[in-house]
Ligand binder design. Structure first.
Ligand SMILES: [Fe+2]
Length: 290
């Protein structure tokens, strides 16, 4: 009997190494690897596969059409996991970098910023998510600006931090530099921004790691034993303007993206980082325009 590896597992889901060698004619070494890969594929039906969406570096109020396109995608699909991956708010109006730049803060108000974020970003996302979607709020280095303000002026404690000024009910709050792990995927806002930050992340965390923070797309794949899945560090692009004030029109590698992932019951996954160019992108064959 001769058949392909996939055919063999389809007919005999409990197939062992010896019988796989017999049916397909592959070597013992290859059969060992195939058995391990197929172990988690047994009895997976579509409803066991979970869908997740993660979006980071929105930098409200400097967001762009990426946010709207992400929301449209969520509205079209049944999303099980939703992550706001850090730097949801820019908070430039309380940044120490802008302490001596009143021109950049003219007419800006913290309360107005939080009200606007709730109205324009958070509530619209919540309205398209399922009531039981598992949600995460990751703190990025820009949210931390509120904590820096409190360190300087402790009387403001409890009055200026995003978690105290927004309605984050339903969201699991992940403090600065925290890690969310779902199956074999781990998510961080990110701290490294060196040229090879995706490599730095995978080397540091030692597992599949998805990060934001650098506003660009970068992937680094680690060497790994042949009988394990390759581990990657993936840096996902941003959802905000690509030419912020502080860049002074300097060249950048900024790119607009969000992350879509499908998670299998055994923790393995498939992911996509659609890139939005000129307010449009095609996902699953559908044109999205923001
Ligand atoms: Fe950012």
């Amino acid at each position: 009997m001769s058949m392909s590896v996939d055919q063999a597992f389809e007919r005999f889901p409990e197939l062992g190494r010896q019988r796989l060698m017999e049916y397909t004619g592959i070597s013992e070494h290859e059969a060992r690897i195939q058995c391990r890969f197929h172990k988690g594929k047994k009895d997976v039906n579509e409803q066991d596969i979970k869908l997740g969406v993660a979006i980071g570096d929105i930098h409200y109020p400097y967001q762009n059409s990426t946010v709207d396109i992400c929301k449209q995608f969520i509205g079209d699909n049944d999303v099980d996991y939703f992550l706001l991956a850090g730097d949801q708010l820019d908070l430039d109006l309380i940044s120490s970098f802008n302490r001596r730049k009143p021109l950049l803060k003219e007419r800006k108000r913290l309360q107005k910023t939080y009200d606007g974020f709730q109205r324009d970003i958070l509530d619209p996302f919540n309205s398209v998510l399922r009531s039981d979607t598992k949600r995460f709020w990751l703190v990025g280095n820009h949210e931390v600006r509120a904590n820096r303000l409190v360190e300087e002026q402790p009387v403001l404690e409890g009055m200026v931090e995003p978690e105290n000024c927004l309605n984050l009910s339903g969201y699991e709050f992940i403090p600065e530099n925290g890690v969310v792990t779902i199956g074999e995927m781990s998510f961080i806002h990110g701290t490294y921004y060196n040229k090879y930050h995706a490599k730095k992340n995978i080397e540091t965390y030692g597992r599949h790691i998805f990060s934001w923070h650098v506003h660009t797309n970068q992937v680094y794949t680690m060497h790994s034993p042949v009988d394990t899945l390759p581990r990657q560090g993936v840096s996902v692009g941003c959802a905000c303007n690509l030419n912020p004030e502080y860049m002074h029109n300097k060249p950048s590698a900024f790119v607009n993206q969000f992350l879509i992932f499908y998670l299998f019951p055994n923790g393995q996954f498939t992911y996509y980082t659609p890139t939005i160019i000129n307010n449009r992108v095609i996902i699953n064959g559908k044109l999205y325009e923001g």
